[in-house]
Design a protein around this ligand. Structure first.
Ligand code: GLN
Length: 536
């Protein structure tokens, strides 16, 4: 086993949704800011091979990496915080682990042995953890274990952690994130759930080195002492993780708790310099001191679960900070939009985003929304299905093809202006078979997109099966909708614009996957700017 890379495991106890992803990303940010090359990995205990086939209501957005992996949304946080791209290796599920072990078994690689959870599944887990460490690129690998300690499905992961801790000694630590609830009737914070959760970890042979305690109130010295004593951790390793105003405050809160210093000490690594966080702090200052406000409507079919559009809403936060403006997002349910309520639903919006999506639910509301944005000259950004809806709307209402549609919804529609990509036609499996990951795109000089990016060759991430049908391109361009971005190799239309509109852009790709604190995405920055200037 390589000794050069250090491993940090982040487990969770008491309840789910404590924010392991944000704590992991914040710690990684602090370590990176001290000069350590750090990456984060998420291990998900479910049996799906990846979240690509999951309904967003289950786990929120599916995040897509440059190499085309469909991953957990926490990878989006990792990229937004660290500004370093992740890859397939950064997200592993139980399904993938088992698939790989079963494939090996079928190839005869286990030489007739009985294949078991220990050691075969746990070895596969350990291998997946160390793939990142063995690359030689990272000083530190943080591995977040999804789920809650005590879940049956997390057991093999915790066992893999136990083994690695034993094998790597000082090169490996465990941070356990727990909840210290406040009982209003007693007027007290309660440590018992944390004690029990640590006990559960101990039963599995894992002693946590650091405890991060989510709490709504201050964790005073007495409470820290009590937790330290009951859980065998140093008192300075009991970290208060208070609810924050924004997730972007968390690295600084963790810094004031000295989480990074404690972790480095425990890993026998020098603390090096103090973290270089000036750019981060500047971002926070802009975020918290906006000079004006703007209201963006986000139209989608999953708006009641905001996690379904996580990367879009974070991109708007980044773009708002870049423009010194507070972006208010109005979440609008596409199912509920009709021609009759359209103008009241859209009232007061400075900009409109039509979200990505699959299937027919809500699509007519999305098409109506586009019509409103186009006719009323409201700045518009259509993403993936949102771009496809813009093409359909233009076909129907400007080009007079009232039956224009996407073949995703009506297979034999009269005007298939959005049609399935040739390479997709033979594929019947749904998982991992879309056009996925980064592709180049050539922009038209002088277009709104080329101005936004300030360059003409870009690379953006994709996740779709359907595309603009080239057969109709000339007709669209002659009548005012231009293809201003194309794939330089295949000629596929990637961006459409209406030049005779203040700002109307549809992108077949997903710009939201690439927006980070350090690099707010140019398309969102330009869109928010257009929204701010709407009435000027
Ligand atoms: N459903 C559309 C397609 O497959 C759009 C996908 C998306 O919005 N990500 O092409």
């Amino acid at each position: 086993m390589s000794n050069s890379t250090k491993y940090i495991f982040v487990t969770g106890g008491v309840t789910s949704s404590l924010g392991k992803g944000i704590i992991s990303a914040s710690l990684a940010k602090l370590l990176q800011a001290r000069g350590y090359s750090t990456t984060i990995q998420k291990l998900d205990p479910y049996i799906n091979i990846d979240p690509g086939t999951l309904n967003p209501y289950e786990h929120g957005e599916c995040f897509v990496t440059d190499d085309g992996a469909e991953t957990d949304l926490d990878l989006g946080h990792y990229e937004r915080f660290l500004n370093v791209p992740t890859s397939q290796a950064n997200n592993v599920t139980t399904g993938r682990i088992y698939q790989s072990v079963i494939d090996k078994e079928r190839r005869g690689e286990f030489l007739g042995k009985t294949v078991q959870v220990i050691p075969h599944i746990t070895d596969e887990i350990k291998e997946r953890i160390q793939i990142l460490g063995n690359k030689g690129t990272y000083d530190i690998v943080i591995t977040e274990i999804g789920g809650t300690v005590g879940d049956i499905e997390s057991l093999p992961y915790v066992e893999a952690v136990r083994q690695m801790k034993w094998e790597l000694e000082n090169d490996c630590i465990v941070i356990h994130l727990t909840l210290v609830p406040y009982l209003a009737a007693a007027g007290e914070l309660k440590t018992k759930p944390t004690q029990h959760s640590v006990k559960q970890l101990l039963e599995l042979g894992v002693q946590p080195d650091v405890l991060c305690c989510r709490t709504e109130h201050e964790l005073d010295l007495n409470l820290r002492r009590k937790i330290a004593k009951f859980c065998n951790v140093n008192m300075n390793a009991v970290i208060e993780a208070r609810d924050a105003e924004t997730i972007y405050d968390v690295p600084l809160l963790m810094q004031s708790e000295e989480l990074d210093k404690i972790v480095l000490e425990k890993l026998n690594l020098p603390t090096k310099s103090t973290p270089e966080l000036s750019q981060w702090k500047e971002f926070l200052t802009r975020l918290k001191n906006p000079k004006s406000e703007t209201t963006i409507g986000l139209v989608g079919k999953y708006v009641e679960l905001k996690d379904a559009y996580k990367s879009i809403s974070e991109s708007l936060i980044h773009a708002g900070a870049a423009n010194n403006v507070k972006v208010n997002v109005r979440w609008i349910h596409s199912d509920k939009i009709t021609a009759d309520n359209l103008s009241s639903e859209m009232e007061g919006l400075d900009g409109i985003i039509v979200a990505p999506g699959f299937g027919s639910r809500g699509i007519s509301g999305k098409i109506e929304t586009v019509r409103f944005a186009r006719e009323n000259k409201v700045p518009f950004l259509g993403i993936c299905l949102g771009m496809q809806c813009a093409v359909i709307e233009f076909g129907r209402n400007v080009l007079g093809m009232t039956e224009a549609h996407t073949t995703e919804i009506i297979d034999d529609c009269k005007y298939p202006v959005i049609d399935m990509m040739q390479e997709q036609k033979e594929i019947s499996n749904l998982g991992g078979t879309m056009r996925l990951g980064a592709y180049k795109c050539q922009l038209t000089p002088g277009s709104n997109v080329s101005k936004a990016y300030n360059t003409d060759l870009i690379s953006e991430r994709h996740r779709h099966r359907y595309e603009f049908n080239d057969k109709y391109l000339a007709q669209y361009e002659e009548n005012g909708m231009k293809a201003t971005g194309k794939n330089p190799e295949t000629g596929l239309v990637e961006v459409i614009e209406i030049p005779d509109h203040p700002w109307f852009v549809g992108a077949q790709f997903h710009p939201e996957y690439k927006s980070t604190v350090a690099n707010p995405h140019p398309l969102f920055v330009a869109f928010v700017k257009a929204a701010m200037n709407k009435n000027n």
